[in-house]
Design a protein around this ligand. Structure first.
Ligand code: ADP
Ligand code: MG
Length: 577
């Protein structure tokens, strides 16, 4: 009888896009979890020690490996999932290259204990650096247990390149979340350093799993997404405009249940949300694309993180339509509200003269020549001669138009306010005068699994700034105090934005960089937004507060704060000069 696991013949193994599969402990986690899923398991346990640096153990109750197949499974290109090249185009499993086990085995100490359903005993193989040390018959439950220790023990250079335990744990966690999100019918358990971190019971309802992984708040803002368009079937969930994230981590994209990254699909999603959520924000979307396997090449990327579509334009269109259908049911849109406001108030403000001295960054520009006086334009002459800045009005609720020192000055109100705030926050932090405000009633915040890890790793930095946040339950935290400068402006949203920012840059601990990142996020969070109508006094105050920062011409994110148009240029435009 032919063996179930076979070594692929050369002509196939050379065709499949092989790669450096194992980059870090998380890659091992991904491969082992995928194997467990492919084995048809209904229960999977992942145990890690020191973020996987010391131990990665995956136990499943799947179909197991026959005793004679075990040593074969450890050889390169040995797989039970494809037999010939054509199979690649009907593939239903996550694995198919027969590379993972041998790659893992060659850089670690691996022990596989496994039993198939109808066998009375199981097999245990111990392997070090790719060399099988022992094979024995053992008693064990049906299924497979793979234990990987001392990853990269024989490649010190790679080991040195690994990050801290926390960071490695987060990489691993990402795979855990992605796979458990797409396989709700499998129970997943996660143990880290001997502590049970999470347990998700199998369920028939994907939303139950989503709630467990991403938290109730996100769950409450999701709408079901469903579309069938020829060969393309789309299902999943997309967030309503009321909620968004500061990064794209909330977009989970699956093609035939395989988590993938795909620029084009991201674009279809972000475009659909473009006028619905603020610029720079991202939605939460869990999207399952189902396609006939022959319309797709899953074999284009070393870690199979990308796929290639036969008809990308069809996919773009379908995703775009599916998301739009969800959003169309949920008016009003951000833009509409703004447009109405535009008509009524914007640009209607009259020229107002503010009383503060004009010492802005625009000072060096030349004064107007006496010609202007002859033209009889009092506004211009006033400003040209006096060190005052005049606020002329607001444009589209976003830019403040001023005039002074012979220039027209356009100020981006959000960028300007952000700069003012960050300087204030930094000063308070550096002089240790940041005060915190204790909340009478703590605010409860439910975090996703990933967010809770980020918070745990940056809790000290939060503290230094004035946030007191305490765990009160599984993924549930109580915000007990906030920095006084936050003035109670939606502390929950502020905490979430900070976590998004920290996640984006993979920062942790309480180093200056982390603190700076938190302050920048808080400045952005607390700053006046664009599309927001300001009263005259508010504009005056803003411009006045901006003047000490002559040297900072950009907001903390590097966007310009103002733009200057010399009135002389205006004159030239009108052929007055
Ligand atoms: P691939 O998944 O691409 O086939 P792997 O190197 O990951 O390659 O695994 C080799 C083979 O070992 C698989 O094809 C499968 O037959 C067997 N195998 C690996 N892990 C398990 C498991 N947890 N349960 C059952 N069989 C497994
Ligand atoms: Mg595999």
């Amino acid at each position: 009888m032919p063996r179930k696991i076979q070594i692929l013949p050369d002509h196939i193994s050379q065709t499949i896009a092989a790669g450096e599969v194992i980059e870090r402990p998380a890659s091992v986690v991904k491969e082992l979890l995928e194997n467990a899923i492919d084995a048809g398991s209904s229960e999977i346990l992942l145990e890690l020690k020191e973020g996987g640096l010391q131990l990665i153990r995956v136990v499943d109750n799947g179909e197991g490996i026959d005793c004679e197949d075990v040593p074969i499974a450890l050889q390169r290109y040995a797989t039970s999932k494809i037999k010939n090249l054509e199979d690649l185009y009907t593939i239903q499993t996550l694995g198919f290259r027969g590379e993972a086990l041998p790659s893992i085995a060659s850089v670690s100490h691996i022990t596989i204990t496994t039993r198939i359903p109808h066998s009375l005993s199981g097999t245990k193989v111990i392997c070090e650096g790719g060399e099988i040390k022992s094979i024995s018959e053992v008693g064990c439950p049906v299924g497979t247990e793979v234990e990987v220790k001392n990853i990269f023990y024989n490649i010190p250079v790679k080991r040195r390149f690994l990050k801290s335990i926390r960071s490695e744990l987060r990489y691993a966690l990402n795979h855990f979340v992605r796979l458990s999100l797409s396989h709700p019918s499998v129970s997943f358990k996660l143990i880290h350093d001997g502590r049970m971190v999470h347990q998700y019971l199998k369920t028939d309802f994907p939303l139950v799993r989503i709630e467990a992984l991403l938290g109730k708040e996100i769950y409450d803002h999701l709408k079901r997404l469903e579309l069938e368009d020829g060969e393309v079937r789309i299902s999943g969930f997309a967030s309503l405009p009321a909620i968004s994230k500061g990064n794209g981590d909330g977009i989970y994209l699956y093609v035939n249940r395989r988590f993938v990254r795909d620029r084009m699909i991201y674009k279809a999603i972000t475009e659909a949300y473009r006028h619905v959520i603020p610029a720079g924000k991202f939605p939460i979307v869990i999207l399952f694309l189902n396609l006939p396997p022959f319309t797709l090449d899953v074999n284009v990327h070393p870690t199979k993180a990308e796929v290639k579509f036969k008809h990308p334009e069809k996919i773009y269109q379908a995703v775009s339509t599916a998301i739009q259908m969800v959003l169309e049911e949920d008016p009003p849109r951000l833009e509409e509200t703004i447009d109405q406001a535009d008509d009524k108030e914007l640009l209607s403000s009259q020229k107002v003269q503010s009383s503060f001295p004009f010492r802005g960054p625009w000072e060096p520009y030349p004064l107007l020549d006496s010609e202007m006086e002859e033209e009889g334009i009092p506004i211009v002459r006033d400003s040209a001669e006096s060190p005052f800045i005049h606020i002329l009005g607001q444009i589209r609720g976003t830019y403040i138009l001023c005039e002074g020192g012979g220039n027209l000055i356009f100020i981006d109100q959000h960028a300007a306010h952000e700069r003012i705030l960050i300087e204030k926050f930094k000063r308070e932090y550096e002089t240790q005068s940041t005060t915190c405000e204790r909340l009478l009633v703590p605010i409860l915040i439910e975090l996703s699994l990933e967010e809770s890890f980020i918070l745990d790793s940056a809790v000290e930095a939060f503290q230094v700034i004035g946030f007191e946040i305490e765990p009160v339950g599984e993924k549930l935290y109580a915000i007990r105090s906030i920095p006084s400068f936050l003035s109670q402006r939606d502390p929950k949203a502020a905490v979430r934005e900070i976590l998004d920012e920290l996640s984006l840059f993979n920062r942790e601990g309480r180093g200056t960089e982390t603190i700076h990142a938190i302050l920048v996020t808080l400045a952005c969070h607390s700053a006046i937004k664009g599309n927001y109508i300001l009263r005259k006094e508010e504009m005056e105050e803003l411009v006045e507060n901006l003047t000490p920062f002559n040297t900072s011409t950009t907001c903390p994110h590097g966007r310009p704060i103002f733009f200057i148009l010399p009135l002389d240029d205006l004159k030239k435009q009108f052929k007055r000069k």
